[in-house]
Design a protein around this ligand. Structure first.
Ligand code: NAP
Length: 244
């Protein structure tokens, strides 16, 4: 049975930035479907969301699974009217040592998944004459980081994709924006040594890593009615690490 609240789909909601975004969108009044890659992760999400959402399994590399998930959401809860493409990984290496698998995995998980998911939800958004697509990019789409040629190319691609789609869908009142986090304290950055994390903080005007909630606040704004005249833009949330 469909329910009355607008439905938001947040990929990679089991941890880090995605978990904060999902909880924030619930507070904002959305019914949130959050994804994890494992059954146990999806069950934990369902338990955490209660009646305000549902946890589902999704590997964003799987186009058939994306189609099935969105069909399931549409049939059980209603059309996806806010899509947050957040799921992501890193496979850092200097280009000389970067395997083709490391290149393909990053381009598939970040860029191709954004194409597939965005395309799949557009019909429902068009019918509703409302839509919010928010893609999580990165400061490294703008600011060079050695060892991340694959990741920075994917993130820059996401931003360019978002601008094209914003032009295509504007007449239907569907907005498409990117949020570009700087260095945020999550498992992704915990993989780095204490020394690198300290060096990273020193480059930030506000002298600290960001928190997942800092990104959730930006997504909350872009998903709201207050941001209805903002499309095709990149919202930088980086504590002054990079200023455009
Ligand atoms: P994280 O803590 O490592 O969490 C990654 C999330 O993505 C998890 O929910 C994970 O699910 C999910 N995921 C991984 N591979 C997946 C796949 N193949 N299909 C579907 N879901 C998958 O990462 P994070 O730091 O929160 O990053 C979230 C987003 O912000 C990413 O797009 C990242 O590139 C971007 N970002 C992060 C930073 C930062 O400093 N942390 C900076 C800039 C941009 P499981 O729990 O099931 O594995």
């Amino acid at each position: 049975m469909t329910q009355e609240r607008k439905v938001a789909l947040v990929t990679g909601a089991s941890r880090g930035i995605g978990a904060a975004i999902a909880q924030q969108l619930i507070q904002d009044g959305y019914f949130v479907v959050g994804t994890a890659t494992s059954e146990s992760g999806a069950e934990k999400l369902s338990a955490a969301f209660g009646e305000n959402g549902a946890g589902k399994v999704l590997d964003v590399r799987d186009g058939t699974a994306i189609d099935a998930l969105v069909t399931d959401i549409e049939q059980n809860y209603g059309p996806v009217l806010a899509l947050v493409n957040n799921a992501g990984i890193t496979r850092d290496n200097l280009l000389l040592r970067m395997s083709e698998d490391d290149w393909d995995d990053i381009l598939n998980i970040h860029l191709k998944a954004v194409y597939r998911l965005s395309k799949r939800v557009l019909k429902g958004m068009t019918k509703a004459r409302f839509g919010r697509i928010i893609n999580i990019s990165s400061v490294v789409a703008h600011f060079a980081n050695p060892g991340q040629a694959n990741y920075s190319a994917a993130k820059a691609g996401i931003e360019a994709f978002s601008r094209s789609l914003a032009k295509e869908m504007g007449s239907r009142q569907i907005t498409v924006n990117s949020v570009a986090p700087g260095f945020i304290a999550t498992e992704m950055t915990e993989q780095l040594s204490e020394e690198i994390r300290k060096k990273m903080s020193e480059q930030v005007a506000l002298q600290r890593l960001g928190e997942p909630q800092d990104i959730a606040n930006a997504v909350s704004f872009l998903a709201s009615e207050k941001a209805s005249y903002i499309t095709g833009t990149v919202l930088h949330v980086n504590g002054g690490l990079y200023m455009s």
